[in-house]
Ligand binder design. Sequence first.
Ligand code: PHE
Length: 474
Amino acid sequence: MAVPPMHSGPKRADSSQPSSRGTWGSKLGFILAAAGSAVGLGNVWRFPYVTGSNGGGAFVMVYLLCIVLVGLPIIVAEVLIGRATQRSPVAAFRALSRRGGPWMLVGWLGVAAGFVILSFYTVVSGWSVYYAYRAFFGGFTNLGASEINHMFDALVADHTRNLGLHALFMAACIGIVISGVRSGIERWSRILMPALFLMLISLAIYGCFLPGWRKAFDFMFAFRFSQLNASAILEAMGQAFFSLSLGMGAMITYGSYLSKETGVLGAATSVVALDTFVALLSSLVIFPVIFSFGMAPSSGPGLVFKSLPLAFAQMPGGYVVAICFFSLLVFAALTSAVSLLEVVSSTFIDLYGWSRQKATLFTGCVAFAFGIPSALSGKGFFLTWFKSHLSMSYFDLMDNLASNWMLPLGGLATAVFAGWFFRADHRDREFLVATKSTFRLPWLYLVRFLAPIAVFVVLLNYTGILAKIQHLMR
Ligand code: PHE
């Protein structure tokens, strides 16, 4: 079988030997780094509160289905595209499509999404750093509900502190990414991820001894059919995308550093399993605490920053538990933010031949500047003006734009590309490396039909078209 030619533009830097871009030290290195990207605020902060707001069991069930039927096929497609081309998203789509053209735009959409997410992700990550710091200095002990609520509201409204934390976190990301794929990203993932797992498992064991554990377990896993509604299904899908870092080329980029001998399906499945494990276990840490202290699981985004510290303030050993929990949140956020910065930086490295130092410093600084309005969204102009004109703050606008539009669009396009436009012989050969051929057809069916259709429905829902159709059918 002939290998299809790579189409590279005239005198572009990405025609240089891919090996000069860096590679993972081992398959485990890839799995830890990619799990580092996937496991983030989405698992520890967002998944529990979204589950809580959607009533528990049924939502968890649907989420798991979305992960297996939509998330897994698309993550396999992304890693496959990355490993096949050994390039970051834009250059990868250019290399695989006949005339570059429209498919390169999918790569650029991913880069733009990475850039937008990074700009506000570091702001929430900054809050986690602040809470870890407060936990360390015993900041929650002896505080009551109103003081803890006030702590969060005051933090969000404090411009100087938000800017400082945003800068600090971005600097940490730049520091890691600038050191390279193996000695920066992989090395830190090898340190932070096991530490995160260890803390999470310890906290989960502690959670088993809390009086609210049974209730929490029931809440999470008892399948109450009556709770299943359309919006929960759609929210579960969006959450699966965000949590697996799909639709913006993060997994293409990380897959591009994967050795040609590593099987894509096995590696991707491990990443998906770790991500799901952390999301479920985080909930089994948070809900027992919430139920033991008679709080509501449905308190929304404030669950981790308001309800949880209050419980920490009251429970035995709460000081240590709080330190563990918020450090875990920081570690999870850091390895995810690093992957966002890597996608954008590697694009400049691959396309324009920039050095890693220049690309990382440049993109990190621009993302910082772009994120300033997000950091200032707690009060003042970026809250009030945007709320009155667009009915959401600048921060929420960025989150909404990236998570609800750019990621699903990117994921849809990636699935369509992998299923229909990736040259079949090349694709199959890449898929079958260290992978049983029995998995090829099921994967192909999912990536061709089920995944794109499911994502399309989610997008229709966001545009409000679905509601109109439902209305007309009534
Ligand atoms: N997956 C990360 C999380 O769960 C967020 C993320 C999205 C990271 C997209 C990279 C790309 O928090």
